[in-house]
Write a protein that binds this ligand. Structure first.
Ligand SMILES: [Zn+2]
Ligand SMILES: [Zn+2]
Length: 244
């Protein structure tokens, strides 16, 4: 499995980074984890073929994590001329919120006939779902976004990838990431505890109980970016490729 950070920024472009979007190439095809508002720009910048992406997994319904979907779906219709099926899987509420986002950004865009089948799946927490050959187990975390926010445990090619999404520390996170080959974790601030977000100090304190083989920090504020060198952990950067 090969993962590329297309975007590892926060909602506000801190450090000039794109909103969250990870591109994974696996034995069951290519998929994205989150598709933040700037993701089509990142897809073009890093030369990714959007038509080859079979599945998109969404952690939570904030614009910097799912706001790129209207652009990607419209691109598939109008520019990339997609014909292959696309599955988007995420939390309960995904279908309604995506519909609203599309109609807000591009009125009428939900009503046109598409040349490709689009399947929206709303995942039940704590169930191991088969999404196009990817085993996805969502765990509810703590982050106000108008719908249940997820950390995702993703099993593919006999490897385990966990992404925390955005959340303050909850014990569910330890279960989601337990023994993962790669744990991508939010580290919004270095030390300052902030409601609904994870700080690096709290995360580091919990790493022994998680036992992940590799940990990479993402979604960093200017405060955390300035101290990334002393984080005591690997940190993500846009464009970086990781072999798992
Ligand atoms: Zn975010
Ligand atoms: Zn968020």
């Amino acid at each position: 499995m090969r993962l590329r950070f297309l975007g590892c920024g926060d909602a506000f472009g801190s450090g000039g980074r794109f909103n969250t979007c990870f591109h994974v190439e696996s034995g069951v095809g290519a998929f994205l984890v989150d598709c933040g508002a700037s993701s089509m720009i990142a897809i073009r910048k890093f030369g990714i073929d959007p038509n080859a992406v079979r599945t998109i997994l969404i952690t939570h319904l904030h614009g910097d994590h799912f706001g790129g979907l209207p652009f990607l779906i419209l691109d598939a219709q109008l520019m990339s001329r997609r014909t292959a099926p696309l599955t988007i899987a995420g939390p309960p509420g995904l279908e309604t919120r995506l519909h609203a986002a599309m109609e807000n950004f591009f009125p009428g865009s939900t009503k046109v006939d598409r040349r490709f089948p689009l399947e929206i799946r709303e995942l039940e927490p704590r169930m191991r779902h088969d999404v196009n050959g990817i085993a996805v187990t969502p765990y509810v975390v703590k982050h106000a976004c108008g719908a249940p926010p997820f950390a995702l445990r993703i099993e593919v090619d006999d490897k385990v990838l966990c992404y925390s999404g955005d959340t303050e520390w909850v014990d569910n996170l330890a279960q989601a990431a337990k023994g993962a080959d790669l744990f991508i974790a939010e580290a919004y601030f270095a030390e300052k505890p902030v409601k609904f977000h994870l700080d690096c100090k709290t995360l580091l304190a919990h790493l022994p109980e998680i036992g992940a083989k590799r940990v990479i920090l993402t979604h960093m504020s200017p405060d955390m970016l300035a101290r990334a060198g002393e984080a005591g952990c690997e940190v993500a950067d846009d464009g970086v490729i990781i072999s798992i």
